[in-house]
Design a protein around this ligand. Structure first.
Ligand SMILES: *[C@@H]1O[C@H](CO)[C@@H](O)[C@H](O)[C@H]1NC(C)=O
Ligand SMILES: *[C@@H]1O[C@H](CO)[C@@H](O)[C@H](O)[C@H]1NC(C)=O
Ligand SMILES: *[C@@H]1O[C@H](CO)[C@@H](O)[C@H](O)[C@H]1NC(C)=O
Length: 877
């Protein structure tokens, strides 16, 4: 028993000792890295792979973890990470791969569909650590040590472990059925399989290169592979899989400091700023091949992106404007001076300072996630438009496409080439004016080989920039916010943000003369809006009104697309050239007086900016588009015109006139275009009260609709002045005439003249008024009024005469001494009137009495009765 215990103790000690030894070893542990078809110019092949056959007698497992490090050099359709077949029936017992930026996986021959829905930022040229854990009903993916996906396992257990593992190809049958579009182009390392579940902590430690446990089912660090094709195997320190090394790219032309900053920015990068001795060394190594090109005669070579412009001796990172902590200035030269504010690296790797205006070579520092877009070709996915700075060709940086293209410098002809890396043939090229130029921005490329429907010698306009889809690219390649585009200000230095600012985008087949259709092929609804701005004049004689007004018609044209909407609050105004391209509703005004119409202004505006959509990823033109079916166009026309308007004067001056503006669509719109009255609106923005009228009640008449639109309004006459100038004078004249009835009998002269004068004056008044009104055969109330007053005045005169006659007859039998014999009798004062003898017994109607009756009974009662009838008539209407 004691012996046994001692034995166990000893064993334990030995175990511990070996464990510690392993830990020691791990510190400078080297791992196997396999590189498959990672060369830029490699032609994707289906016969480059590693094979490993599991033992035929291996037992199935009910838990599984598979981990590996992978670095993608170039993308293919299916970037295979790992493939394992357990039998011919189950060639995809395990398959891990990515398509673009989506991870896909198969387990026991079933795709795990949920896992592939999440976007994966798998950039090329970086090590990714991936672990797939299958446990019970759960499938978990870890990426860089973090849980990336967790979901239900969409297959059954158990998992056979007696199959074949293939690195670099996807199996369609056991160890066969390879395809050159389903391969690995890149590096893979540390492939391990466990028959158990690894915890998140274990995975995280692996991903950070803190541990490298070997799989119990399989481990690439010890496995003996069968090697097919050209596969490079290297041993690298484990930390290298986790270290983040800066990526520097030398642009071997001399520039000022600010030009260097600008150049790096064009590539979504910043000037190199080493932050440690190691980074300084990497930068120093990177520039070594260019010592003879960059300032060959001097010892200073490249700019370092730090300046002390703001304060001497305080060095800031030019890109982030943060204080830098690592400096490596040479002690041989003075560092601080007010003239020398920019840092540069010398041939020996130390730094010194110089004036920022001198010229040095540029080194840009790019991040893993920095890439450029090549637009204008015909890629199948957005992922394929991406390029990154990677390596050099012919002495200058090379832009490596994520897939099969590269842009490289041709030093013999001084041009940039777009090359297909698989056929190794140039498909397009662009010449530079200045040898220091790079192919960024919008350029004309000459097609060298049939490409995207273009034939050799064609010119293609391509853009190459770092501008993400929601940014606008200036011609130079700079990016500006999309809402700065076409805002009538130059934001691009070359002004290209204000070029080609037309709003309307037509697709082929647009017929301008045909009206668009409404939703579902129904007739097009045009929403009217009428604004009457001024009633310029009312001509009653000619029965016409002159109006100033605006007609707005709003409709949607689903055949169109728009751009540059939403830049201003008021909407996008279409230019004259835009207006000429699109269908606009035409209409006539059918009640014009003598065709008098003048259009003062026409504008076409799109006010909304709905359903914005980014342009397709291949489109060079980055403008946001808006569908015509969601954004209404409004044409607003401002007119001054004279309309006929039939005046109804019966109850003048208590009349209300109704005038209208009648719009009609041309006959060929019948059944295709109609006014939508319900949604329309109408208003009057001018002064309500005119000199003679009050404007009110603007409305669309009930018989509008279809192809007719009647915008009606009422004009109520203002009676005040007319009452003063017609009724009041006529009543006054009547009163005067009435007053004559009170004058002494003897003063026939006075009575007659006065009443006659009132008649004449009244008649003149009436004639004047009649002239100011249209001559119509109809009788107006005002005419009746005047007839009545005239009639009364006339009666008064008659009464005066009769009264006089009667008085005269009464006198004669009484034996008056003087008897008027001449016609002047009316003018003569009846001399004997005073001493007139009393009337005879038979009491005849005296002239006084006639006047009395006229004065107190007839005139007032007739006047009152008439007035009652008259005003009843006026207000009843
Ligand atoms: C591995 O398996 C494949 C397919 O079953 C077979 O063709 C090949 O010969 C095996 N290799 C070895 C070394 O056994
Ligand atoms: C400064 O640069 C030189 C040359 O690359 C290098 O040898 C030295 O270690 C650097 N000094 C520091 C502190 O990094
Ligand atoms: C393809 O072209 C590049 C650049 O000219 C050259 O370096 C490379 O060797 C070529 N590759 C092949 C396979 O021809």
């Amino acid at each position: 028993m004691l012996l046994l215990l001692t034995l166990l103790l000893v064993l334990d000690l030995i175990n511990n000792a070996t464990g510690e030894e392993e830990e020691e070893e791990e510190k400078e542990q080297h791992v196997r890295v396999f590189s498959l078809q990672d060369d830029l110019w490699a032609v994707p092949a289906n016969d480059v792979y590693l094979r490993y056959n599991f033992s035929k007698t291996a037992e199935p497992v009910n838990q599984l973890t598979a981990c590996y490090f992978i670095r993608i050099a170039s993308f293919v359709t299916t970037n295979l990470h790992l493939s394992y077949g357990s039998s011919d029936q189950k060639p995809n017992a395990l398959a891990f791969f990515n398509r673009g930026e989506y991870i896909r996986s198969w387990f026991n021959n079933e795709p795990q569909t949920k896992a592939q829905e999440r976007h994966w930022r798998g950039f090329p040229g970086v090590w990714h650590h991936l672990c797939h854990v299958f446990y019970g009903r759960t499938y978990t993916i870890y990426w860089q040590g973090q849980e990336f996906f967790r979901g239900e396992l969409e297959t059954e257990w158990p998992f056979e472990t007696n199959g074949t593992l293939i690195i670099g190809q996807e199996q369609d049958s056991l160890s066969g059925g390879f395809d050159s579009t389903q391969i690995l182009r890149g590096d893979i390392s540390q492939i391990d399989l466990w028959g158990r579940r690894l915890s998140g902590r274990e995975v995280a430690r692996m991903a950070q290169c803190l541990s490298s446990p070997s799989g119990d089912i399989f481990s690439s660090s010890s496995a003996k592979f069968e090697v097919f094709g050209d596969i490079k195997e290297t041993r690298v320190p484990l930390e290298q899989l986790c270290s983040h090394q800066p990526r520097y790219t030398v642009f071997p032309e001399e520039r000022t400091f600010s030009a260097s900053t600008k150049l790096c920015r064009l590539f979504n990068a910043s000037q190199a700023v080493p932050t440690s001795g190691t980074e300084n060394q990497i930068l120093h190594q990177e520039i070594q091949p260019y010592f003879n090109i960059c300032v060959p005669t001097a010892s200073w070579k490249i700019w370092i992106g730090v300046t002390d412009v703001l304060k001497d001796g305080e060095w800031l990172n030019d890109h982030t404007q943060e204080r830098v902590t690592y400096l490596n200035f040479s002690t041989l030269y003075p560092v601080s001076s007010s003239l020398t504010n920019c840092a540069e690296m010398m041939v020996n790797g130390y730094w010194t300072v110089d004036m920022c205006e001198v010229k040095r070579c540029t080194v840009c520092h790019t991040e893993v996630a920095d890439f450029l877009f090549l637009r204008g070709l015909c890629f199948h996915t957005e992922h394929q438009t991406r390029f990154r700075l990677s390596g050099y060709a012919n002495g200058r940086p090379l832009f490596r496409g994520y897939y099969d293209y590269a842009i490289l410098w041709d030093d013999t002809e001084g041009r940039w080439l777009l090359r297909n890396t698989i056929s190794n043939s140039t498909v397009a090229s662009t010449k530079v004016n200045d040898l220091a130029e790079y192919p960024q921005g919008r350029r004309q490329w000459q097609v060298e080989q049939a490409l995207c429907g273009s034939v050799p010698e064609d010119i293609l306009s391509l853009s190459f920039s770092s501008c993400s889809p929601h940014l606008f690219m200036c011609r130079s390649g700079e990016c500006i916010s999309a809402d700065r585009r076409c805002n009538l200000r130059y934001e691009c230095k070359d002004g290209s943000d204000e070029d080609e600012c037309h709003v309307v985008v037509l697709e082929g087949g647009y017929r301008r003369h045909l009206a668009p259709t409404g939703p579902g092929g129904s007739s097009l609804s045009v929403v009217p809006s009428v604004t009457l701005t001024r009633v310029a004049s009312v001509d009653e004689i000619n029965q016409a009104v002159t109006l100033e007004f605006e007609v707005s018609l709003t409709w949607k044209d689903d055949r169109l697309n728009f751009k540059h909407l939403g830049v201003s609050e008021k909407g996008a105004v279409l230019s004259a050239t835009d207006i000429e391209k699109v269908w606009l509703p035409k209409y006539q005004m059918s009640n014009l007086e003598g065709g008098r119409l003048k259009r003062l202004l026409q504008t076409v505006v799109v006010r909304s900016a709905n359903n914005a959509s980014l342009s397709e990823y291949n489109s060079v033109d980055r403008d946001i588009q808006y569908p015509g079916s969601q954004n209404e166009m409004t044409i607003t026309e401002h007119y001054t015109a004279t309309f006929t308007c039939s005046f109804e004067l019966y109850s003048y001056p208590f009349d209300t006139q109704t005038c209208s503006i009648d719009l009609t669509f041309p006959p060929d719109y019948e059944g295709y275009v109609k006014f939508s009255i319900d949604e329309g609106n109408i208003r009057y923005s001018g002064k309500k009260t005119l000199s003679l009228f009050v404007v009110r009640d603007l409305r669309f008449s009930p018989d509008s609709g279809g192809s007719v639109l009647k915008a009606e309004f009422n004009m109520n006459r203002r009676q005040g002045v007319i009452l003063l100038t017609t009724f009041l004078p006529s009543v006054m004249l009547l009163s005067i005439s009435w007053a004559t009835l009170f004058v002494k009998m003897e003063a026939l002269n006075v009575r007659a003249i006065m009443s006659l004068t009132t008649l004449l004056v009244l008649y003149t008044l009436f004639a004047n008024l009649s002239n100011s009104l249209p001559k119509t055969a109809e009788i107006k109330l005002i005419d009746i009024w005047f007839f009545f007053i005239i009639f009364l005045l006339f009666c008064n005169i008659i009464v005066h005469i009769i009264a006089d006659r009667v008085g005269w007859k009464l006198k004669s039998p009484g034996g008056a001494k003087t008897k008027p014999t001449t016609a002047t009798a009316w003018n003569t004062k009846p001399a004997g009137a005073v001493e007139q003898t009393p009337a005879p017994c038979r009491k005849p109607v005296s002239s006084e009495r006639i006047l009395f009756i006229q004065r107190y009974i007839i005139v007032p009662s007739v006047f009152i009765v008439f007035n009652v009838l008259f005003w009843w008539q006026v207000f009843a209407n």
